[in-house]
Design a protein around this ligand. Sequence first.
Ligand SMILES: Cc1cc2nc3c(=O)[nH]c(=O)nc-3n(C[C@H](O)[C@H](O)[C@H](O)COP(=O)(O)OP(=O)(O)OC[C@H]3O[C@@H](n4cnc5c(N)ncnc54)[C@H](O)[C@@H]3O)c2cc1C
Length: 426
Amino acid sequence: MSQDASILIIGAGQAGAMAAAELRKLGHGGRIVIAGGERHAPYERPPLSKSVLANGGQDGQIGVHPAGFYAGQDIELRLGTTVTALDPAHNVARCADGEAIHYAACLLATGGNARVLPPLPPGTPHVHYLRTLDDATRLRDAMQRAGEVVVIGGGFLGLETASTAAGLGLRVTLIESADRLLGRALPPELGTWLAQRVRAQGVELRLDCGIAAFVPQADGVQLRLADGTALHAPLVVVAIGLTPEVALGAAAGLALHPVNGGIQVDEHGRTSTAGIYAAGDCCSQYQPQFGGHVRLESWQSANEQARIAAAAMLGVQAEPAALPWFWTDQFGCNVQMLGAADPAIRYAWRGVSDSDAPSPRFMLLGTREGRLCHAIAINAGGDLRQLRALFGQTVEGLLPRLCDDALPLRLLVRDIQAQAASPTPL
Ligand SMILES: Cc1cc2nc3c(=O)[nH]c(=O)nc-3n(C[C@H](O)[C@H](O)[C@H](O)COP(=O)(O)OP(=O)(O)OC[C@H]3O[C@@H](n4cnc5c(N)ncnc54)[C@H](O)[C@@H]3O)c2cc1C
């Protein structure tokens, strides 16, 4: 593609904003248009369930880039502009207001929508979903008026929302249909630890809890539980996952992943149609380290996929994707994860902590066939950074030392690397 070709980015979120910046960084001099359905300039979503809910986001700015960045980089930001159709045969996108935008290459960065619980569609009085800044503002207003909230869904978003609500002094009930928390992301022993901590922080956690019916009432919603009891909820937050926003791509004939539903892209972000790329929560990317396509919903993955897709659009070789990294803040714990969870991984603990300690600090080191492939740090992000150097290496015999939290990890990792470089016995 020539240096002055026109590039259209659909979706003014994390991936869209990062891809535009990367295109300029790589020297693209042509027109860049970002069309975004929301009326806000691209913003970071992680603060929505944390500082924005807690204090309106007064801790800091949540823009992906500073105000003035887009104009300064000559990036056309079209806010409140929903693209309704994509015609790959003629390289043109049509917007809801009738405008046609022509492009040489197009990036779909359309993210996703909160998964809807059919009996409680968006707009149901006293019921909230949380995906956008407007959602967060509405929920914050409602939380300030309510003394109590019921959160449905014990995933990361539900847990963060419950944690923030508890911090604001609301009485919180968290309902999860599975018998443990974060079953796919955390090993069972850590899920159990987290459940204890959630309860120790005053949240009523109901695991293995089915909901048979929802009865709207003037002052809230009555939840009829599968065990025959009922619960009155003056305020309900539904946090049961995300549905990737793929309607445009599907209508344009792009291949979707048969299982996770994301727009299927190769490791460079290329869809099944030449000239169209996808990045972020909407896409299912081939990742060699997973040996298949995965749809990741994380800030870092959106950034990485945007960086790689931007390079591919310009025909530039990009650095390979970094190891998946994810964080969440909840119940006094900054949890960071490096690598990807998988049931075959065996975990060893470095340090232990009571679930009701004020600021617990420990790590879980995950190995598969003796190699370090996953690590979870609770209030120990600095240690996690040290461990990065050992990822992919055989550490089986070193685990007793790595798990001894009396030994500083920084020095240990340095010794292990020195040992690998000149193999005399440690
Ligand atoms: C409340 C919350 C908390 C989170 N916390 C964390 C966290 O702690 N750690 C972490 O790693 N990740 C977290 N995430 C996830 C992370 O924010 C997302 O993975 C990331 O925002 C995905 O970026 P994206 O660009 O793919 O999608 P988005 O940021 O959702 O952007 C997509 C944009 O595309 C627009 N769009 C869609 N269709 C069209 C169309 N047809 N035309 C025009 N525009 C369109 C949408 O309106 C939206 O603005 C959190 C997410 C939420 C919602």
